[in-house]
Design a protein around this ligand. Structure first.
Ligand SMILES: NC(=O)c1ccc[n+]([C@@H]2O[C@H](COP(=O)([O-])OP(=O)(O)OC[C@H]3O[C@@H](n4cnc5c(N)ncnc54)[C@H](OP(=O)(O)O)[C@@H]3O)[C@@H](O)[C@H]2O)c1
Length: 250
C-alpha cells in the first residue's frame, strides 16, 4: 500500500520524487524503490525520515504501528507535522494513545486502485484543522476519489471500496468465464469484460444517473438483457453482493 501511494503521488505529479523519503526493512524493497525512481530518498531510520517530514504516512502492517510510532515519537514536531495512518483496524483512539501528544492524526483507508490514480480513500481525522484536513484530502484526491467520513463509517467504507476491489474482480472473473463458455478466447473475454465494466462505471460517473436508468436503456421488453438479469437475480446476485458486503463490514 505504501508503494501504491508512493507511485500514485509521483505519477499524478503531486510530489516530486526528491521530496519523498521512504523507509523499509529489506534491501530488496530499497532496490525496488530505487529502480522505480532513483530520485526518491530511502532510509532505514524511521526516526530520521519522520523528523524531516511535514506529513508522515504510516503504511506498515497494523501490528507494527506501535513499534514504528515508538521509534519516531522522540523526533516529532507537534507544531508542524501530521501523521496519517493507513493501517487497517488501528482506530484514531489507538493512535492517540500511541502518539501520546497533541498531533493532528488521520486514519486513512485507500484501496489498491490508488496506484492507477482511480482509488477510493476514506479519511477520518482527530485534532486536525480544516486546512490540514484539506491538505490530506488534496493528497489522496490526486490518487482518485477521496472523502472525509466519520470514523464509524471506516469499516463500512473498507468493505465497500477496499474489499470492493476483490468483489468487483470476482464479477469480472465470472463474466470472463461466461464469455469463454459463449465462445471467446480467454484473453479476448478478459479484455471485453474489463472494458465493459470500465464503460459501465464511466457512464455512471459522467452522467451521475442511477444504474437502473442505464439498465433501462439496454433492456427491451421481452428481450435478452432482461432474461439475463432475471436469471442472475434468480441465482441471488443482489442478495449475494449485499451479504458479502455485510460479512466484510466488521
Ligand atoms: N492492501 C490494501 O488494500 C490496504 C488497504 C488499506 C490499508 N492497508 C494497510 O496498509 C498497511 C500495509 O499493508 P501492505 O499490504 O502494504 O503490507 P506490506 O506489503 O507488508 O508492506 C509493509 C511495508 O512496511 C515495511 N516495514 C516493515 N517493518 C517496518 C519498519 N519497522 N519500519 C519501516 N518499514 C517497515 C516493509 O518493508 P520490507 O518490504 O522491507 O519488509 C514493507 O515495505 C497495513 O497496515 C494495511 O492494513 C492495506
Amino acid at each position: 500500500m505504501g508503494g501504491a501511494i508512493l507511485r500514485g503521488l509521483i505519477k499524478s505529479g503531486t510530489c516530486r520524487p526528491e521530496d519523498l523519503v521512504c523507509t523499509a526493512k529489506s534491501e530488496a524493497t530499497f532496490n525496488k524503490i530505487r529502480e522505480y525512481d532513483a530520485h526518491i530518498r530511502v532510509s532505514s531510520s524511521n526516526m530520521a525520515a519522520a523528523a524531516e517530514a511535514d506529513i508522515i504516512i504510516l503504511a506498515v502492517k497494523p501490528w507494527l504501528v506501535a513499534e514504528v510510532v515508538e521509534e519516531i515519537r522522540p523526533g516529532l514536531d507537534f507544531g508542524r507535522q501530521i501523521i496519517v495512518s493507513v493501517a487497517a483496524g488501528i482506530a484514531l483512539n489507538d493512535l492517540i494513545q500511541l502518539v501520546g501528544a497533541p498531533l493532528p492524526l488521520f486514519r486513512v483507508i485507500p484501496n489498491t486502485a490508488v496506484e492507477a490514480l482511480c482509488g477510493v480513500t476514506f479519511i477520518a481525522q482527530y485534532g486536525a484543522t480544516e486546512e490540514q484536513t484539506e491538505q490530506v484530502m488534496h493528497l489522496f484526491s490526486t490518487l482518485g476519489y477521496a472523502l472525509v467520513v466519520d470514523e464509524k463509517l471506516i469499516s463500512a467504507g473498507t468493505a465497500l471500496a477496499s474489499c470492493g476491489i476483490a468483489f468487483a474482480m470476482r464479477y469480472i472473473r465470472a463474466a470472463m468465464e461466461g464469455g469463454v463458455e459463449l465462445g471467446f478466447r480467454p484473453e479476448e473475454a478478459a479484455r471485453i469484460v474489463e472494458h465493459t465494466v470500465k464503460g459501465a462505471a464511466t457512464l455512471l460517473l459522467e452522467s451521475g444517473v442511477h444504474p437502473e436508468a442505464e439498465i433501462d436503456k439496454v433492456t427491451t421488453a421481452g428481450g435478452i438483457t432482461i432474461k439475463g438479469l432475471n436469471a442472475m437475480e434468480k441465482a441471488g446476485f443482489t442478495t449475494a453482493v449485499i451479504d458479502g458486503l455485510k460479512a466484510a463490514n466488521v
